[in-house]
Ligand binder design. Sequence first.
Ligand SMILES: [Zn+2]
Length: 225
Amino acid sequence: MTNAFDMPGKSDCRASGMFLAIARLNHSCVPNAQQTYVLHRVDDNTEHGALGYEVLYATRDIAEGEELFDCYIELRQPTADRRKDLMEHYRFLCTCPACGPAEDTAMSVEALRVRKEDDSRRKRALKLEEDILQYVEMGEIEAAVDLGDELIKLLEHERSRGWGERYIASACVTNSTLLSEQGKWRRALEYVRKAHRWNVRLQGENSPDSWDTLDKMQQIEKMLR
Ligand SMILES: [Zn+2]
């Protein structure tokens, strides 16, 4: 339950797998790496072809000897909620650089202020995503796209580094899809290109997400021809 990984992408089953090296990664709410389960294209005849494999990409520069961290939970939630989530599902109290020490009394006023600001950025990111969905339901597509822009800026901001980048591609895909539906192909293409760059950077060229954004890019480019 705590060491297995989802192996998504197979349509006929929902599977989990144990990967002995990657299973040893610890959690951080500002991780420096991201794991992805990579399926092969159907024409892949290598020995791994049938099963796919688990890969790990650095999400930022990592110094020699520095520990690698992945994340186990939704990062767009404030410290108290992340800690609750981790305690319930993984039975530990997170004391990563974002969460700070176990006791708030051990934190300086400045550290508490920084954490409070980080908490509100994370909450804001999730709230924006909910608001976007609401605008879409109301048919207010331009407003939804504007909020999407705000969300992408927030995620790309230096102060969101360590967690924001994980969510940029999906925010860009949402904007691209909304603009495509309106026939605004040029703008749609810009967003999906950006999404693809992030997917490749964080998950490599062979991840399901990267294939998805590549397909979307090619479809829009065809429309523009
Ligand atoms: Zn943490």
